[in-house]
Design a protein around this ligand. Sequence first.
Ligand SMILES: NC(=O)c1ccc[n+]([C@@H]2O[C@H](COP(=O)([O-])OP(=O)(O)OC[C@H]3O[C@@H](n4cnc5c(N)ncnc54)[C@H](OP(=O)(O)O)[C@@H]3O)[C@@H](O)[C@H]2O)c1
Length: 327
Amino acid sequence: MKYKKVDKIDYEFSVLGFGCWGASGSGSWSDHGDQEQVRAIETAIDQGINFFDVAPVYGLGHAEEVLAQGIKGKRDKVFIATKVGLPWNNKFEAYNDVSAINIAREIDDSLRRLDVDYVDLYQVHWPSDKGVPLEETIEAMKRVQESGKARYLGLSNYSAADYRKACEITEIASMQGLFNMMEQNADAYHNIPLQYRVSDEIFPLVREEGLAFFPYSPLFQGLLTGKITRETVFGSNDVRINNPKLQGAERLKHLDVLDQIRNLEPLKGKSLPEIAVNYLVAKKEVTSVIATQATSDEVLANVNALEWQMDDETVSSIDALVQEKLG
Ligand SMILES: NC(=O)c1ccc[n+]([C@@H]2O[C@H](COP(=O)([O-])OP(=O)(O)OC[C@H]3O[C@@H](n4cnc5c(N)ncnc54)[C@H](OP(=O)(O)O)[C@@H]3O)[C@@H](O)[C@H]2O)c1
């Protein structure tokens, strides 16, 4: 395994991390059994993966509990990042709430489900859609950190301007946003407009501030692994059915560009996960690639991909092609 370090966090992050959305159970992704997920997490740790990204909303608490099983007895080997701000009501419908009261409540629920005394990184999942002042949210996050329940604080789906405002209150150590080889400055996630552009706005900030950056959907929800083809039909429970870029003509357009990327001379003979993972590892701003990995085989394929390294020239060729074809 290869590792990266950033100025703001005292930790050597494995360049390949582990996203736990797939551990949600049957509710929201292709239906991966818990046992296979736990095995995948154990394999990941055995392979030197030490960064795990999860959230309460993944499976409405389920993914945090599955992660707890996978890391049992290995707390010292992992850096746990969870999130706050998308609780659910008694009809099991998630909603946005980044108020101080909710943050104080959610951290204890996460610690209980994860079966730990503290999390390493506590991230606000999405900015408020109800006008909760940023100051209220960040003050509450600061209190969680001061209580010893979280070591570092992070923001997910926030703009650079909000990061700067938040830093007037307390130190923010990481950002998370939608980024992969084909979505470099996305303006929407599914149908949710994004208040930031990763490549143009967040990357300069990451370089200037020495922040960690975690790219979500690093494998474009499976499009960059070869799993999603022109023919794939998603199950009705699969969240990917809500991603307009993975449907109809948009999917065909993206697959055509992907074919062109694979045909670049230095990439001939490389597998898609090799290309997609190494593209991200080669980006200096990316700290750890938080791929959702459903099985031990997927973990091993992604770890094996790291034996090769993409050079800067190839990264630039991909960027130029994506810019020209997808804007
Ligand atoms: N902050 C946020 O708002 C936010 C939003 C979205 C995601 N995230 C985080 O980002 C993580 C990853 O993003 P994502 O869930 O959108 O998906 P992703 O990592 O872009 O894609 C994951 C899918 O790729 C497939 N895959 C992975 N490795 C493979 C391999 N070697 N060969 C073949 N297929 C492979 C798996 O498909 P199958 O399931 O079909 O096996 C997997 O579910 C999440 O787990 C979560 O931690 C954060």
